[in-house]
Unconditional design. Structure first.
Length: 357
């Protein structure tokens, strides 16, 4: 493989550096006869979509080929690392492809009958089965387990928690003993205290966060992935829920306050990361939209970029542009910290030390 040479400002710093890539790894010492592929501009650690679904199909019958196309779409926008938050098919073969983003899998959603999107998750008739199901998904995934924390309960006509608090505590303890972290889909207010008390590691969406639950998350270091571009679909969901007026009104209230809620979390010091929820009704390739939405919700441009790049990489166990690190780099001609729209036009994408764009 030909060695590569890149020169530019290496983010998150401000120093112009020479970077060499050999056998998929970054070096800061010169490599003879390397091919210069970037000379000037800004070098950003590969972008991260921290809530994505590579392997969900609108048809309800996803194929591995379709999942690969979704991964390619994300890759071509600079998303070189994806935390896949639950899909119904086994995408481990995609992890072996050198031309696709690195995928950190959470296995399948764990839910209950008629309490989530049909076909996506493992449905448990008895909530007491949750610890066993968590153990199975912890073994199947890549260090993450995904729970459905709340969903509409048609018997009450509104969002409601799926799991008793004591069962959650047992299940999350099982995951932690297996070395896995647990995250949960949660829209409303009522499920969050029990999830936090049980030691959940991350909250997805989190539109029902309050001052008290935000404070608890900040103290514990519990992460939030708000998926703002997905929350923007709440009015559409509410409009279609004509049989459940309380649920529809609730979803509209959550939508109206979401940016204030996320700003509250940011100000409190909750770790917040960029995730699109692509595949769950959101098109793939929209990570830049989410990064811009985080800026609109109160993050500085630099922090919003970090939430979709180096900070998210560190959270998921990956490094940035460092000596010896994996060579996942996106180059830009201008500084995205001053104009996030620059992220829409990468000049080079290097994945695993190979130029993919």
């Amino acid at each position: 493989m030909t060695a590569l040479h890149l020169r530019g400002v290496v983010l998150p710093g401000d120093e112009v550096r020479d970077v060499w890539v050999v056998n998929g790894r970054i070096r800061f010492t010169p490599v003879p006869n390397a091919e210069t592929v970037v000379d000037g501009g800004f070098l950003v650690p590969g972008l991260v979509d921290a809530h994505c679904h590579i392997g969900i199909s609108p048809s309800g019958n996803p194929t591995l080929e379709e999942a690969a196309e979704q991964a390619e779409t994300d890759r071509d926008t600079g998303a070189l690392l994806v935390r896949d938050c639950g899909v119904p098919i086994d995408t481990t073969p995609l992890q072996e492809r050198l031309d696709l983003p690195r995928i950190v899998r959470a296995g399948r959603h764990i839910t209950r009958p008629k309490r989530y999107i049909r076909y996506l998750g493992v449905e448990l008739e008895d909530p007491e089965q949750l610890p066993e199901a968590v153990a199975e998904q912890a073994a199947y995934g890549d260090g993450w387990v995904k729970l459905v924390g709340d969903w509409i309960d048609r018997s009450v006509g509104d969002l409601a928690p799926l799991w008793p608090d004591d069962v959650l505590a047992k299940a999350i303890a099982v995951a932690h003993q297996a070395g896995a972290r647990v995250t949960a889909h949660v829209f409303g207010e009522d499920a969050i205290p029990g999830l936090l008390a049980a030691g959940i590691d991350c909250v997805e969406h989190g539109t029902g966060l309050t001052a008290d639950t935000v404070a608890t998350m900040a103290e514990a270091g519990t992460a939030l992935v708000p998926t703002l571009i997905n929350i923007d679909t709440f009015p559409e969901l509410a409009a279609s829920a004509t049989k459940f007026p309380a649920y529809a009104a609730h979803m509209l209230r959550l939508h109206a306050s979401v940016r204030e809620t996320v700003r509250m979390a940011i100000d409190a010091g909750v770790p917040v990361y960029a995730g699109t929820d692509a595949g769950g009704g959101i098109a793939h390739g929209r990570l830049v939209d989410e990064i811009e939405a985080l800026h609109g919700a109160g993050m500085s441009r630099t922090d919003a970029l970090a939430a979709g790049s180096w900070a998210a990489r560190g959270w998921l166990g990956y490094s940035g542009i460092e000596d010896g690190s994996a060579a996942d780099i996106v180059a830009y001609s201008a500084d995205p910290r001053t104009d996030l729209s620059v992220l829409r036009s990468p000049s080079r994408i290097v994945l695993r030390g190979r130029i993919v764009r």
